[in-house]
Write a protein that binds this ligand. Structure first.
Ligand code: HEC
Length: 230
């Protein structure tokens, strides 16, 4: 509608100019030449620019995007990756567990986890993950131990009984050791693990089940319940 109106109003002169313009463009394009080998393009001797040069035979990548960040050469020119200074200690990223008992012994509750510690949360984590074996009062008499038949016939026959966590060996362990026992599947489990063998302890390796923060929360929960080493 608007289009036809426009034609009517432009009149004969404008129409002539338009036709002339189209003819000139066609003539220019007809004289344009594109050099396949160099990619140079000349339009009517007046406009010059360069298109990608295509080899006459063989495969070549179709150039669709010409922006710089799509070019492979752009990536090549990226600066080299900066490595951390030698001897620096990672503070983010995957958890790295010590590889020796001494390494665990020396660990302390990381400040970020002691600051965030919530006793009720930790008790909940204990109920879900530990209570079945270690019991409500940490005495090692969890519901799982009732699977032992009256005639001494063991239905629960997967190795040692759950440890009494109120006993001296546990109480006199450092926070780091407790963290190790929880992470590595008990005292025996961890010892075997550190020797590079699969744990034979019935206690699961909680490093695979609970994150670092939850395991440190359990250490703090144990310590708060059983008291400091003597
Ligand atoms: C399937 C049963 C089971 C579950 C679940 C379990 N444990 Fe254990 N735990 C054991 C057994 C059995 C031992 C003794 C054998 C050993 O130390 O390897 C033990 C040992 C330990 C010890 C070492 C005690 C010592 O001083 O020798 C700690 C600490 C401990 N458990 C804490 C936990 C915590 C915390 C949880 C929950 C995250 C947990 N356990 C879940 C069975 C279990």
């Amino acid at each position: 509608m608007t289009f036809s109106l426009g034609w009517k109003m432009t009149g004969l002169r404008t129409r002539k100019t338009l036709v002339l313009g189209v003819l000139v463009s066609v003539a220019l394009l007809a004289t344009a030449c594109y050099n396949l080998k160099t990619g140079d393009v000349q339009v009517g001797g007046a406009i010059n620019f360069t298109l990608p040069a295509f080899p006459e035979t063989g495969p070549h990548a179709v150039q669709i995007f010409t922006e710089m960040h799509y070019q492979p050469s752009y990536r090549v020119q990226e600066g080299p990756r900066l490595l951390p200074p030698e001897g620096s200690v990672p503070v983010t990223g995957a958890e790295i567990l010590p590889t020796s008992m001494e390494g665990f012994k020396a660990l302390e509750v990381p400040r970020e986890f002691s600051r965030k510690y919530d006793g009720a949360d930790a008790w909940h984590t204990y109920q879900v993950n530990c209570l079945v074996c270690h019991g409500v009062s940490l005495d090692g008499k969890g519901p799982i131990t009732t699977l032992i038949g009256a005639d001494g016939d063991l239905a629960y026959d997967k190795g040692p009984f759950p440890a009494d966590l109120r006993a001296d060996p546990t109480k006199n362990s450092t926070d780091g050791e407790l963290f190790g026992f929880i992470s590595g599947g008990g005292r025996q489990g961890l010892a075997v693990r550190l020797r590079g063998r699969d744990s034979t302890s019935p206690m699961p390796e909680f490093a695979k089940l609970l994150n670092e923060e939850d395991r440190w929360a359990l250490v703090q929960f144990l310590r708060a319940t059983i008291g400091p080493p003597e």
